[in-house]
Design a protein around this ligand. Structure first.
Ligand code: URA
Length: 229
């Protein structure tokens, strides 16, 4: 199933290069027969690819070094400090992949409560987020943020999480949002509200079903990764 031929990805969305490796890894994590240990192992491999691509969107400066042959190498160095922020619970699955690429990276967490009927973030009063957990690095306003959530379905939780980051003075164009699988509905809603956030996705799927699962998707990512129902 594809069904995405007529959908044009917005320019702020970068999709991973569609290699046979990536397709093979995606096939394993999408298969409902895949045992949990394999799901974790192969999802982790995709997460590493997403993190590496996300890091490509950080600013760099020129840097020349001498190699052991005493020849000059015209290279670059990364500029700007980063941190991760995972959207609980499924986003926590992406923390290890970020740590493997960025040693001792600071990682904050945001938990947005979802309404099980509407599948949207719960709202206490008009426009007030029922956010019941956020723990962020103190100096987050001066950092680039790699926002972690494996599935971009409706985009509801992700948009609330970005709002929390903006309320903590993170610059919108300093946020890079990483997902394994995205839906056109979620991408469109997200991009319309936060056009300066960069999104990196592994694959683009066709649509959402009535329960707001991504189709074909991989089911409930958090439950499959953490082994719960
Ligand atoms: N979250 C998931 O884990 N899977 C989906 O398909 C949508 C949201």
């Amino acid at each position: 199933m594809s069904g995405t031929e007529n959908y044009k990805l917005p320019e702020q969305v970068k999709i991973l290069t569609q290699t046979t490796q990536l397709k093979g890894l995606m096939t394993i994590i999408r298969c409902k027969e895949t045992p949990r240990a394999d799901f974790i192992f192969y999802a982790d491999r995709i997460i590493r690819l997403l993190v590496e691509e996300g890091l490509n969107h950080l600013p760099v400066v020129d840097k020349n070094v001498l190699t052991p042959t005493n020849a000059e190498y015209n290279g670059i160095a990364f500029e700007g400090r980063i941190c991760g922020v995972s959207i609980m619970r499924a986003g926590e699955a992406m923390e290890q992949g970020l740590r493997e690429c960025c040693r001792s990276v600071r990682i904050g967490k945001i938990l947005i409560q979802r309404d099980e009927e509407t599948h949207q973030p719960k709202v206490k009063k008009k426009n007030e987020i029922d956010l019941y957990y956020a723990k962020l690095p103190k100096d987050i306003a001066s950092r680039y943020v790699l926002l972690l959530d494996p599935m971009l379905a409706t985009g509801g939780s992700a948009m609330q999480a970005v709002q929390v980051l903006l309320d903590n003075n993170v610059k919108e164009d300093h946020i890079i949002f990483l997902n394994l699988i995205g839906s056109p509905e979620g991408i469109d809603a997200f991009v319309q509200r936060f056009p300066k956030v960069k999104i990196v996705i592994g694959e683009l799927d066709a649509c959402l079903n009535e329960e707001k699962y991504i189709i074909p998707g991989c089911g409930d990512f958090g439950c499959r990764y953490f082994g719960t129902d």
